[in-house]
Each structure stands twice: as structure tokens, then as C-alpha cells.
Design a binder for this molecule. Structure first.
Ligand SMILES: Cc1cc2nc3c(=O)[nH]c(=O)nc-3n(C[C@H](O)[C@H](O)[C@H](O)COP(=O)(O)O)c2cc1C
Length: 215
């Protein structure tokens, strides 16, 4: 099989990113971009991002998760702590998050350190989830091999019966990670491949160093 994709080409023309216009704190630029993408561009899930971890097998692995909160501290997503990514983070908390917002021709790449959030915060978020998602978190031993789909569906049914009329309690192995950024790069597509790239790097004094990178 062969498919030549060399004629796939696009000129990026939707925006610009100038050093003279960016804020001192990258979280403020992230917030601005996130709001703009949400409001003005076609994006199904603006909060979908890839999380890359360095696995126990030495390979990096990316997967998509949903960003559920961001603050000046960093970025929070929820998952199963026993999953492949959970085990990877336990061994090496250095992760990379990235967003590609194709409608806005923007990319954001965040290097940072992941840590589990406080139990009460995970409880709070778990309680806010629809019941189906809560029970789903109990059903799935995320990233474990499962013999077939029926096993999962039977387990779901059994749990639905068992928990009828009862509150679903968050399992301890399910919760949030906060990724504290150490570096954030903002990429805005420009014509002729002369894209804008602005990188913020956290310094020892906790100030952010801001630099333009070559495209
Ligand atoms: C749009 C989208 C959103 C997702 N959101 C999450 C999420 O918030 N949390 C999560 O654990 N997995 C989420 N997943 C599934 C993950 O991509 C992945 O399959 C799962 O977390 C297991 O990854 P792991 O085995 O590498 O740990 C999402 C997948 C997609 C495509």
C-alpha cells in the first residue's frame, strides 16, 4: 500500500503572535487563546489535549485526555492512577501536554511536572460527574487487558444493580493530576511557513523568560 500526501498543503493566515503583545505570565496568554478558540473558531473539544509520558518501557506515549481546569498553578486532568500513564507518572512525573487548535491554526506545548491533586478536590469533581461516568470509572481497570466487551458490560450491569439508590463513591485509584508548567510554547501558523513561536521558560526566581523561536 502507498499513499502520497505530499500535495496536502495549507497556508496559515489566521493570526499573529508578537513578542511586544504577549503578557508576562504564559497562563494569561493560555487563557486568552483558550477563550478565543472557544468563541471564534470551530473546535469540537477545545479542552482536548495530548498528555505524553515517559513509560516504564522507556518509550514516550501520547494520548488524548480532557483538560478540566487551569489556574495560575497549572493544568488539571482526571484519570485512573493505575493506568499506563498513571504508572509512568509515578516513575517519572515529567510530562508534556499539547493542544492543536486547527481552526485557529494554533498549537500550545507545555512541559511540566505532574502531581496528584488533593483527595477532596478529586472527590468534588467525581461527585459532579454524571452517574454513568462515575460507575464507568469503577468498571474499568484502565489499560489492563480485558477478554472481551461482554466482561465490561456484565460488570457495568452488576454494579448498576448493586449501587441502585446509593451514592457512588470515588475509587481511590481515580483522580486528578495537576501539571505545573516549567515551559510553555505558543505556536501561531503564519504564511510561507514563517510561523510565530513564543516560548516561556520558568527561571529559578520563578519569573518567566520569554523568547522567540525560529519556525
Ligand atoms: C477526546 C478524548 C478524551 C479523553 N479523555 C480522557 C480523560 O479525560 N481521562 C482519561 O483517563 N482518558 C481519556 N481519554 C482516553 C485516553 O486517550 C486513553 O485511552 C486512556 O486514558 C488510557 O491511556 P493509557 O493506557 O495510556 O493510560 C480520552 C480520549 C479521547 C479521544
Amino acid at each position: 500500500m502507498e499513499k502520497d500526501l505530499s500535495k496536502y498543503r495549507k497556508s496559515y493566515e489566521k493570526g499573529a503572535l508578537l513578542l511586544t503583545e504577549v503578557p508576562e505570565n504564559p497562563l494569561e496568554l493560555f487563557q486568552k487563546w483558550f477563550h478565543e478558540v472557544d468563541a471564534f473558531f470551530i473546535e469540537d473539544e477545545t479542552n482536548a489535549m495530548t498528555v505524553s509520558t515517559i513509560g516504564l518501557d522507556g518509550y514516550p506515549k501520547n494520548r488524548v485526555v480532557l483538560l478540566k481546569k487551569y489556574t495560575y498553578e497549572g493544568f488539571i486532568f482526571y484519570t485512573n492512577y493505575n493506568s499506563e500513564k498513571g504508572k509512568a507518572i509515578a516513575m517519572n512525573p515529567n510530562v508534556c501536554l499539547s493542544f492543536f487548535w486547527h481552526g485557529a491554526e494554533r498549537q500550545v506545548i507545555i512541559k511540566g511536572k505532574a502531581e496528584k491533586i488533593a483527595e477532596n478536590l478529586s472527590d468534588g469533581y467525581f461527585e459532579s460527574r454524571p452517574r454513568g461516568s462515575q460507575i464507568g470509572a469503577l468498571v474499568s481497570n484502565q489499560s489492563e487487558v480485558v477478554e472481551n466487551r461482554e466482561v465490561l458490560e456484565n460488570k457495568l450491569k452488576a454494579l448498576e444493580d448493586e449501587l441502585e439508590g446509593k451514592e457512588v463513591i470515588r475509587p481511590k485509584h481515580w483522580g486528578g493530576y495537576l501539571v505545573r508548567p516549567v515551559e510553555i510554547e505558543f505556536w501561531q501558523g503564519r504564511p510561507n511557513r514563517l510561523h510565530d513561536r513564543i516560548r516561556y521558560k520558568l527561571q529559578e526566581d520563578y519569573d518567566w523568560k520569554i523568547e522567540r523561536l525560529s519556525p
